[in-house]
Ligand binder design. Sequence first.
Ligand code: PGA
Length: 215
Amino acid sequence: MKSLFIAGNWKCNKTIAEARDWLQAFKNQSPLPANATIVLCVPCTLLNFLKAELPIALGAQNVSPFPDGAYTGEVSAKMIKELADWVIIGHSERRKYFGETDEVLKEKVVRAKEVGLKIIYCVSDDKTAVPDGIDVVAYEPVWAIGTGKTDTPDNANHVIEMIKKKSRVTTVIYGGSVTPDNVASFVRELSIDGVLPGGASLHPEIFFQLISAAS
Ligand code: PGA
């Protein structure tokens, strides 16, 4: 059976009360497949709460490019590492709305590696630079994010092959409007090692259906 990597991305969603409801409902779903590494990437405000009880791995969605210090509003890699094992770096929404450049993202990767955080690094094509030391690359075409439109599995497989060749990262996943209905068509492709669902991870039953349909 193929090993899969599935990372949910809650983006800027959920209060602690809402996360509690999600957790309760997700825990009622079983069994989780043995062949999948499953990570849930949540806002920093939820990490401490979820850390104690989440039956899957936990990740943040962003990290400061700076170490601890006089950087008002930032959350450092050291702080995240206390609560989570994974972090998403370079999501297209960070690049678009927060002006994050390849240079800034490189610094974020350095900070994350310094403390041993594992990194999911997002790119929108096979031309975007992938820094050294990345654990998982997510190929996410910008036009497919949150739109209900997906890349074709065949093209996603082709782009991912190219990313693997260039970056030498061995785990590369697809993201962009992945649902329980279409996930199997992606993961059955030879080079696609998993998926990064956003919207479909917000609902516990749908997220579990997606995981089951992929595995
Ligand atoms: P989506 O988001 O599944 O809602 O399209 C994916 C992502 O942005 O990671």
